[in-house]
Design a protein around this ligand. Structure first.
Ligand SMILES: [Zn+2]
Length: 346
């Protein structure tokens, strides 16, 4: 059996050790004796150094599985004898949430993807995010965080990034997002939330993307494939493994469609509680005024449903997943189409 070493003091991890090494980083629990054991694999290739260290996270949200599986497979499959440079793999960052099949950690109720930059003296999720910020980020230049929609939001398979003021950083980020060959690449609003893992990496000047590879606490087969093969493409692109990046969908598939929803008004809140009947599919192109879905009120079944219309023409980049949205939850995003040349280096 492959040896997995328990790490009690993060300072004991030797990130320069040649070969592939599996660890479990022990973060002490707040309420009882014991630990959350966060899985970590560090690979240093035998074929020399490479300035582009890469980290890939799964399980930042516990009930999103494609990333967890893709990153675990990478930890198994990558052969340091055939690689250069450094790869760090963390398949279950919020390990307690992954065990519990929940978005947030049941230990402190904290959403790991709002916990950055963390706090060395905070509750467990803040201590884990602080570990990422202070121990992992200094080792890498490229940061990948693989998500899926969870129980609330549903997305077409996509990779994503924020609008980035630095044009060179944005162009490289867009290129990495495209290496996953998803049907959509989504430029989303940085003002939607704060404390994201990718926010923190981006602020440090790293090339960082997120991804939505499925949803609904299922495992999307294509989502796992895009996560795994996409990461291999990233390793190829930066020369950590040999070969050129390859298409993941068929050769005849269309290029990834680049869409943008960079203003808060694109994220439309549900106007009232109800039972949601979608009228379009994720990824559909809709015209302004198209009926996206209907909100039914069963307190009087004789009433007509409230029809929810597209405020603009664009692609349906997100819709509420569950049939029971509540007032204020994001119901849908209709995103603008953008040309790839707009995010290329000037
Ligand atoms: Zn997520």
């Amino acid at each position: 059996m492959t040896v997995t070493q328990v790490i009690y003091n993060p300072a004991d991890i030797d990130f320069t050790r040649p070969g592939k090494h599996h660890y479990q980083v022990a973060f002490h629990l707040d309420g009882t004796w014991g630990y959350s054991l966060v899985p970590l694999t560090v690979i240093n290739g035998a074929r020399g150094t490479n300035p582009n260290g890469i980290v890939c996270f799964g399980g930042t949200h516990g009930n999103e599985y494609e990333g967890q599986i893709a990153v675990k497979r990478l930890a198994n499959d990558l052969n340091p004898g055939e690689m250069s440079g450094r790869v760090i793999l963390i398949p279950q960052l919020s390990e307690s949430a992954c065990i519990a099949n929940t978005r947030t950690s049941p230990l402190d109720g904290v959403n790991m993807n709002r916990a950055f930059p963390g706090n060395a003296r905070g509750t467990i999720s803040y201590r884990i995010s602080n570990f990422v910020k202070t121990r992992i980020f200094p080792q890498v230049r490229i940061v990948i965080d693989l998500h899926a929609g969870g129980k609330e939001g549903a997305f077409p398979i996509c990779t994503s990034f924020h609008p980035i003021p630095d044009t060179a950083q944005q162009a490289e980020t867009a290129k990495v997002a495209r290496l996953f060959d998803p049907p959509f690449v989504f430029i989303y609003a940085g003002t939607m939330a704060s404390g994201l893992l990718t926010d923190e990496a981006e602020a440090e000047g790293k090339v960082t993307i997120g991804a939505e590879l499925g949803g609904g606490e299922t495992t999307d087969r294509q989502g796992v494939r895009h996560g795994y093969e996409g990461m291999i493409n990233v390793l190829r692109n930066y020369g950590l493994v040999a070969g050129a990046p390859q298409r993941i969908r068929s050769q005849s598939a269309a290029d990834p469609i680049l869409v943008k929803a960079d203003q808060l008004q694109y994220y439309v809140p549900c106007p009232r509680d109800g039972v949601w009947e979608p009228n379009v599919d994720l990824g559909d192109w809709v015209e302004a005024g198209a009926v996206l879905g209907r909100l039914h009120d069963f307190s009087n079944h004789a009433t007509r449903p409230l029809e929810i219309e597209a405020p603009r023409a664009g692609y349906v980049a997100m819709m509420h997943l569950s049939a029971r949205p509540v007032k204020g939850q994001t119901l849908f995003v209709v995103a603008d189409k953008v040309e790839w040349s707009e995010v290329a280096a000037g």
